[in-house]
Design a binder for this molecule. Structure first.
Ligand SMILES: Cc1cc2nc3c(=O)[nH]c(=O)nc-3n(C[C@H](O)[C@H](O)[C@H](O)COP(=O)(O)OP(=O)(O)OC[C@H]3O[C@@H](n4cnc5c(N)ncnc54)[C@H](O)[C@@H]3O)c2cc1C
Length: 310
């Protein structure tokens, strides 16, 4: 625990049903790996989030924000301080051709709402298990589309509780990047997405095709965090990992998928350390064989396995 754990009691007293002490983060990320958070808090409204921020800022407690945990490797000793998970902020409003979605709305649900309203633009997102905030921050994308094609503006809160709107230019989108990615002082609350009217059957056909493609090429249903490495400019990371002979390779319970070599599956009780050793082996071999430096697409949180760095 961090030295002054008074903050945890304060938050727990205010919001007992939404605050969990020494909570295993493996239950909150899609990889099902990782040690505990000193305190995990899941606010159900923005004013509630603001109250919690006031407590921790005053006490200088380290803060980590997570969304739906679909891009995270949490290290084995967990995360110190307060982890705020925003998956309970789930308001969604359709206004003409726009959708206003709160941080925790999942992309598959958002795509379904778009379909029901005959709005096109979110088809690419149908199989991405992200929250809206995480998707904007990482500029999540697939099938030639990404969040940058539809985001109009994003509402953020800073650590003093002040709310502001960032417009498209402020977000500086790039491949799986945005200006929000390493700005730990902003919490994303919601995003306004601009879509276009289209025939519902056309939107549905596209979504079905994209889901079928995923079923054919990815280990759907397994505990993963999606692609582990970003695609280098030379081509698909999975192609080079497969050619380096890693399909099916395992360290402990961490195994390279035989369906898609850029996915590492937790087959049971994998540790973050196992994943890091496997990632390190893959990086070295791909560099040795092809001269390519693979960069992490997943983000690493917390403490433990420090010898492997980030
Ligand atoms: C099976 C599977 C398939 C996937 N397919 C794709 C794909 O096709 N394309 C793709 O791009 N990605 C894919 N991913 C990866 C993942 O879904 C994306 O990276 C996604 O953007 C992560 O969103 P999240 O809500 O889970 O964020 P998290 O993983 O919880 O967090 C990601 C980052 O955002 C920060 N963050 C999250 N919410 C907030 C907030 N409200 N305010 C401030 N910071 C915040 C976190 O601190 C962290 O740095 C896949 C993952 C899985 C498991």
């Amino acid at each position: 625990m961090v030295r002054d754990d008074n903050f945890s009691q304060k938050i727990k007293c205010l919001y007992p049903g939404d605050t969990f002490l020494m909570e295993p983060l493996s239950d909150h990320v899609t990889w099902k790996i990782g040690g505990p958070a000193d305190v995990l808090h899941m606010p159900s409204s923005v004013p509630h989030l603001k109250n919690v921020l006031e407590i921790i800022v005053e006490k200088e407690v380290p803060l980590t924000i997570i969304g739906r945990g679909s891009n995270l490797l949490v290290l084995d000793k967990g995360v110190r301080g307060l982890v705020v998970k925003l998956s309970r902020l789930k308001d969604i409003r359709v206004e003409g051709n726009e959708i206003l979605a709160s941080a925790g709305v999942s992309l598959p649900y958002l795509s379904r709402i778009a379909l029901e309203n005959s709005l096109s633009g979110l088809e690419f997102a149908v199989g991405i298990p992200a929250g809206t905030a995480g998707a904007v921050i990482n500029n999540a994308g697939a099938h030639g589309g990404s969040m940058q094609d539809i985001v109009k503006d994003v509402t953020v809160m800073d650590l003093s509780g002040e709310i502001r709107i960032l417009d498209y230019q402020d977000l500086a989108f790039g491949y799986r990047q945005s200006s929000l990615k390493n700005r730990k002082n902003y919490i994303v609350l919601k995003a306004r997405l601009g879509l276009q009217k289209d025939h519902r059957h056309r939107i549905r056909d596209k979504m079905e095709r994209y889901m079928e493609h995923r079923r054919q090429t990815q280990p759907l249903g397994a505990a993963t965090a999606g692609c582990v490495f970003s695609n280098p400019k030379e081509g698909a990371a999975g192609y080079f990992i497969e050619r380096a002979g890693f399909k099916g390779h395992r360290i402990g319970d961490a195994k390279v998928s035989t369906r898609h070599a850029n996915f590492i599956i937790n087959t049971g009780n994998a540790k973050a350390r196992d994943v890091l050793i496997l990632m390190d082996k893959i990086k070295r071999k791909v560099h040795e064989n092809f001269g390519i430096i693979l960069e992490n697409e997943i983000q690493i949180l917390g403490q433990g396995s420090e010898d492997f760095g980030r």
